[in-house]
Design a binder for this molecule. Structure first.
Ligand code: MEV
Length: 340
């Protein structure tokens, strides 16, 4: 309602919309979520914002927009807008790119929100519609191997569990079936209330500074899934991820931290860690309940649950990484501005 009133006050010609969406961190189940296991992910308080205004030609951050260089945005324009009506799109993001924190998912859902709002002149598309469209954009970019984890968390905020069947004890949002190179995947997207004991625990992210391609990481895992001994290791990741749903709802940071550290060892075993990620983990563990790589791995970030975030941040810096001290974010994608 408020939105429709604001739009009525905006003179024609320089309509500007801005939306923002949070980054995500996967606590358990990266990669395994593409093979039937649940993924448990949280929105974190590092955000990306996208704004649009009328323009004579398509622009991205003031420069000519190249659809080939920006496949996610191109996909969102094709779903929510039309290339016949050019817009100037500006991105302002604090989320490091190709770092496992869901930068492209956050930008996709925020772009979908402003594009759909501007096209419909009153209401942006629903959270579910945005999440589904952004997931299709991710799947295209990742060669068909993309779970809806990142896009669901950026859309919904809070803690999200994506699983291959419905979990009756959790709030269920929507189900997705998607054909990929390894067959058809089914995912159910749920929210899990974050226990009060966890909300106040600082989360420390350590970026190795090494970008990683999710597409390449998921492809390399898919190739190794042909070996039965590798599948046994992946089953261990899946088992821990299932057990962690219960741990997370109980909210004991030490038990969750222990499980995160165990998860990191299993991710090492499936070959998605790196010496730089392992060094950061070793550096933060003395100051943390637990730590693990987060996202596709190969580079990117670690996440530590810690009651001494400053010590963790210093340890990350001394090991050559970049620290981000952050916290759980309960809000997902939202419009932040409608102006003339
Ligand atoms: C990427 O953030 C997490 C992966 O599990 C891929 C996916 O879920 O699409 C590696």
């Amino acid at each position: 309602m408020k939105l429709a009133m604001d739009i009525g006050e905006v003179p024609m010609g320089r309509l500007m919309w801005r939306a923002e969406a949070p980054a995500k961190a996967i606590l358990f189940g990266e990669h395994a979520v593409l093979y039937g296991a649940p993924a448990i992910a949280i929105a974190i308080d590092i955000r990306a914002s996208v704004s649009i205004e009328d323009s004579e030609v398509w622009l991205l951050n003031g420069e000519e927009f190249d659809p080939l260089v920006n496949p996610h945005l191109t996909h969102l324009i094709s779903e929510f807008s039309t290339f016949e009506n050019p817009l100037s799109v500006s991105i302002d993001s604090a989320i490091p790119i190709a770092a496992g924190l869901g930068s492209s998912a956050a930008l996709s859902v925020a772009s979908g929100m402003v594009l759909s709002a501007s096209k419909n002149s009153d209401l942006p598309a629903s959270t579910e519609t945005l999440a589904r469209a952004a997931h299709r954009a991710e799947a295209r970019a990742q060669g068909g191997r993309a779970s809806p984890t990142d896009t669901s968390v950026s859309s919904l905020g809070g803690a999200v569990i994506v699983s291959s069947s419905r979990i009756s004890s959790l709030e269920h949002h929507w189900a997705i079936d998607m054909d990929g190179p390894d067959g058809t995947n089914h995912w159910d997207v749920h929210s899990l209330p974050i226990p009060p004991s966890l909300i106040s625990v600082p989360l420390v992210i350590g970026f190795t500074g090494i970008p990683s391609s999710t597409r390449e990481m998921v492809e390399s895992v898919a190739q190794k899934m042909e070996s039965s001994s590798f599948r046994i290791s992946m089953d261990e990741v899946s088992k821990l991820s299932i057990e962690s749903i219960d741990l997370l709802s109980k909210g004991d940071p030490q038990l969750i931290g222990d499980a995160m550290t165990r998860c990191h060892s299993l991710l090492q075993k499936i070959g998605v860690s790196s010496p730089e990620l392992d060094n950061l983990i070793e550096a933060v563990l003395p100051f943390s309940y637990g730590a693990k790589l987060t996202g596709a791995g190969g580079g990117g970030c670690i996440i530590a649950l810690s009651n001494d975030p400053e010590a963790c941040a210093n340890a990350i810096r001394e090991t050559g990484g970049t620290p981000y001290v952050t916290s759980f974010a309960d809000k997902g994608v939202r419009i932040t501005d409608v102006k003339s």
